[in-house]
Design a protein around this ligand. Sequence first.
Ligand code: FUB
Length: 339
Amino acid sequence: MADKEYTREEIEALAARSIAQPLVTHIYTADPSAHVFEGRLYIYPSHDIETGAAFDDDGGHFQMRDYHVLRQDSPDGPVTDCGVVLDVADVPWADRQMWAPDAATRDGRYYFYFPAKRADGIFQIGVAVGDRPEGPFRPEPEPIPGSYSIDPAVFRDDDGEHYMYFGGLWGGQLQKYRDNRYDPAHAEPAPDEPALGPRVARLDHGMKHFAEAPREVVIVDEDGVPRRAGDHDRRYFEGPWMHKYQGRYYLSYSTGNTHYLCYAVADDPYGPFVYQGRILEPVVGWTTHHSIVEFGGRWWLYYHDSVLSGGVTHLRSVKVTELHYDEQGRIRTIHPYGG
Ligand code: FUB
């Protein structure tokens, strides 16, 4: 998971060819979860920092400590940094590594969901509550019971029910779970075995608990065969996002070590999801992570890359670009540096 080295000339060329610019440059931001609340765009990102932590395959160099919220009146308009909305020091159960968050609203309250490591090094997902989309958020004293791993993404269906999709491999620890139980001896399945999928659980109406045990989401090919664990170009790795387009459920995600954003479609929020293709080709930096939101009758991809930091994987910047569908509802692949 070490950085790819770029020369200054290479980075300058990539910056010049970039299809979008960082939303903000006074801080590093990543893993953007964008929502329309009260008619405006609110973006809930990770807040990347440099701590000097050593690189490792478990993402030990991602040592984020707090969260900011960004706001826009339109995707191509100015960005307001609403400031710090939650700090690890204020979360009784969390010790470190505040990774990719998300937010949702119900009955006039706002719920901020975030993964963090407990003192024993195990990731769980917490929730903090506020009265405004820009926070501040007051954390619950304990993580969400039954939650594990990273990258919560909360989707509101048309009937008002909310579903949390979550999970990430390697540093995200998803490979250590089977049937919602942790065993440090578990690893990724063998290459010819079915790949691990993200997990989904419906939230209860209080928004602080699962209403059911998390289920594993299956991604299949057009013949209904589950993706294999060795299919690194297409198997799920981390960063789930759910949106609905023309009545169908679109699950998008990162393939991790092959650096693609891909998607799969289903008729049910639990799946199975049929693999469709790529949304975004690789960006500068090891990770790729996104959200998809409709605003003003158009669709937008919020994503990140590491161009601003000169290619430093754990110092990323959120960007936004328009996303297009063809007549069959297929998403057209985006090339972040043109071409
Ligand atoms: O930002 C830390 C981690 O990197 C996220 O949780 C992953 O999705 C990846 O973007």
